[in-house]
Design a protein around this ligand. Structure first.
Ligand SMILES: Cc1cc2nc3c(=O)[nH]c(=O)nc-3n(C[C@H](O)[C@H](O)[C@H](O)COP(=O)(O)OP(=O)(O)OC[C@H]3O[C@@H](n4cnc5c(N)ncnc54)[C@H](O)[C@@H]3O)c2cc1C
Length: 402
């Protein structure tokens, strides 16, 4: 793939920069810069989503046919690099990134008309109900039941680690509709139209960093119309697997990694080494930074190939597992370097200091505020969306033929 920018791509880059300069207000940039987890503070993210939607840029990976900008892989990559460099808030994107492409591929015309425009505008916010206690890596063992009752399913069971269930207004969910045959053959994929459906309860799980991002969701006779099923009954596993490839490979990791390595460099320029000089000039630390940058560049090559495949309508396939492993592990390396660079400044626990608009003095310099929350929250990056061990199993089987 040609990485040099054509005159058209440069013009596109200018257009993106200008749009960001005019629309990324200081409060939105603050929300981006103070993100200590995966997504920016929800309200700020939604405000940004709506601004992007007006411009036609809220679903960067979608084709024009469904309201996306129809960008090439290069344009999408340029956009991501500019967005992370400008501290644009990371929007809660499970609708755009995951269930949207699934509805495009498996949904009926009615389902497409019902959900896709709302995902684009930001009115419809989906969370993902896959994992259950005891059914994470071994997802096909899931037990949440959907029993047939006329035109409805009646759902009982529980989902866990559901990111954003407290701020989403809909959920895509895997449920068991049959206990016959292989576990994979009795699963269906349903959309729940309101997180306030009677019988549905959301309970928070607070992370080590003190953030509320994940939840446990309980279903007690929750009624969902069968018309909300995506694909045939008991064929949900095929739909689920398609979605997982987008979850693991649908978004480039490297724009964020490049932005994060700049953050670490900035800290290392400010902080002193043991010899009294700047940390950035210390050979051992400089070596670690250089090694990490090489890892990011190597990953970038794979990512651009995957993004190019996606933009031609091809499935990323097992290579998305390689992206997931390298992306999440390199992210953790950067978190560790950030903590190492900050030394004792990484220790103070000041979760309230990250609240938007807060301007009271903090114990640490501003650049230290998100380092520990990111370090703690990103420990999960090698677990969610399929753990590193599971991704390596997939690569061993599908790519190496072991
Ligand atoms: C912060 C966070 C957010 C999440 N968000 C969501 C969400 O929004 N929606 C959702 O549905 N789920 C979500 N998850 C759940 C996530 O997908 C699961 O945690 C993940 O799939 C692992 O499953 P588990 O927790 O049951 O661990 P287990 O599957 O029990 O794994 C435990 C350990 O065993 C290893 N292991 C398991 N099987 C194998 C194997 N076959 N070979 C080698 N090693 C193996 C794993 O790698 C892991 O180290 C989230 C998780 C976290 C931590």
């Amino acid at each position: 793939m040609d990485l040099s920018l054509s005159p058209e791509d440069r013009a596109f880059q200018d257009e993106v920069r200008q749009f960001f300069a005019e629309n990324l207000t200081p409060d939105l940039r603050e929300a981006g810069a103070r993100t200590g987890g995966v997504f920016a503070e929800f309200d700020a993210g939604l405000r940004w989503h709506r601004k992007l939607a007006k411009k036609g840029w809220s679903a960067t990976t979608w084709p024009k046919e469904y309201g996306g900008p129809g960008w090439t892989a290069t344009q999408r990559y340029i956009y991501s690099r500019e967005a992370t460099a400008a501290d644009a808030p990371r929007i809660f994107s499970m609708g755009v990134r995951m269930v949207g492409p699934v509805i495009m591929k498996f949904g009926t015309p009615e389902q497409k008309a019902k959900y896709l425009p709302g995902i684009i505008s930001g009115d419809i916010v989906f969370c993902q109900g896959y994992s259950e206690p005891g059914s994470g890596s071994d997802l096909a063992s899931l037990k949440t039941r959907a029993d047939s009752d006329g035109d409805d399913y009646v759902i009982n069971g529980t989902k866990i680690w559901t990111t954003g269930a407290h701020i989403a207004n809909r959920m895509f969910c895997l449920v068991r509709t049959s206990s016959e045959g292989k576990p994979q053959d009795g699963i269906s994929f349903v959309l729940i139209d309101s997180m306030r459906t009677p019988g549905l309860t959301v309970k928070p799980i607070i992370t080590l960093a003190g953030d509320h991002e994940v939840n446990q969701v309980f279903f007690d006779n929750v009624r969902v119309p069968k018309a909300n099923r995506i694909g045939p009954e008991n064929a949900g596993w095929t739909v689920a697997k398609h979605l997982l490839e987008y979850e693991r490979g649908g978004e480039a990791y490297t724009p964020n990694l490049y932005a994060r390595i700049e953050d670490v460099r900035r800290i290392a320029r400010e902080e002193a080494a043991n010899n009294g000089g700047r940390l950035i000039d210390q050979p051992e630390f400089a070596r670690k930074l250089a090694e990490t940058e090489i890892a990011i560049q190597a990953l970038e090559t794979i990512e651009l190939q995957v993004l190019s495949d996606l933009s031609q309508g091809k499935n990323p396939g097992a290579i998305s597992s390689a992206m997931k492993v390298r992306g999440s592990e390199t992210l953790q390396t950067l978190d560790e370097l950030g903590i190492e660079a900050l030394a004792h400044y990484a220790a103070p626990f000041e979760p309230e200091a990250r609240a938007l608009g807060r301007n009271e003095p903090t114990v640490t310099p501003d650049y230290a505020l998100t380092a520990m929350p990111l370090y703690l929250n990103n420990r999960a990056a090698t677990i969610y969306a399929g753990s590193s061990e599971v991704q390596r199993n997939i690569l061993a089987k599908a790519v190496l033929g072991l």
